[in-house]
Ligand binder design. Sequence first.
Ligand code: ATP
Length: 362
Amino acid sequence: MREIQARFQDDLGAFKLNVALTAPGRGVTALFGHSGSGKTTVLRCVAGLHRSRVGALHFLGECWQNDNTFLPTHKRPIGYVFQEASLFPHMTVRGNLDFAVKRAKGAHAWIAFDEVVALLGVEPLLERAPIRLSGGERQRVGMARALLTQPRLLLMDEPLAALDRLSKQEILPYLESLHDRLEIPTLYVSHDLDEVERLADHMCYLEHGEVKLAGPIESLLTHPDLPFAKDPVAGVVLRGKPLHYEAQDHLTRIEIFPGFEVYVPGALQDREACRLRILAAHVSLSLHPLQGSSILNHFPVRITDAQAMDEARMNVRITLGHDGPAGPAILARITKKSWREMALAPGKTLFAHVKSVSLVDD
Ligand SMILES: Nc1ncnc2c1ncn2[C@@H]1O[C@H](COP(=O)(O)OP(=O)(O)OP(=O)(O)O)[C@@H](O)[C@H]1O
């Protein structure tokens, strides 16, 4: 079974943990939720740092925990990245990384020292003492160290939370390249939606110690029971396949679903795939196809549901296509007045106009 299956139940003072989750055996699964929802506790249970009163954990078919078994942390093939990397202060960066290499002796070596160093851009830092690293550099070294233990599962607990905005922006592209390169699954704890949109394939949304919903990130971002749709910058992330670069206008046509294409600024034709974000505020709806509009991206769509965002506005969830298999969902933010005057309702078919589409992994 190429999955991670976990069930943890415990009473931690006032906090009740009652988590059941399944994560795919590859890609990044975000454990997302407000502060105190239990994300770190789940990660600690997976790492074997906390033994829940009731618990079961199967990693790709291997039992790490059940009623009779509890594999200790040092026997679990995990790499753990914390909010702040605690590097050995008396060793250089290279010394810290060599230490991880030594620890990995005997494990199946699936990634080489040079590749890790290149992926995380730590080559220029190798001879430095940890005290001379910036916060972002320390985190990159912490990630390199975790990878060099040759883990089969990567656990990251808010690895960017202690960084300022600029350092965060600097480190995100490294995390994206890890995501593209790594075959091993990652559980990534975060309460930052922007981070999750950029990095995660799958999401488990936690509330009060329970997984409220889980699924591919694309479907969760538009889910009406989740708070994301009410966010002022609500939107969706879609995967796209670049088709053709129109050099004269410096635009690339990108397929987001068979037969559905959007224009994105830039020359993206050499990429195999990309991630796009469409903000709800950039999507408008009309009952008939628009003509003579400056908006380039138009689709036939169907309303699946809608929810009030505030007293004046609604978020309308629509799927691409009038009939046939429903395409991915996007959100449109419109006024309640328009909803009423256009007599909109779930099931209604109409047209969506997307003013701008941005690249997530620019
Ligand atoms: N060993 C423990 N004993 C008692 N309470 C605990 C213990 N571990 C965690 N808790 C409580 O469990 C709750 C969940 O904590 P946890 O750190 O898992 O949340 P989180 O979602 O990771 O939050 P944050 O985003 O703030 O890190 C908190 O209320 C915390 O105080």
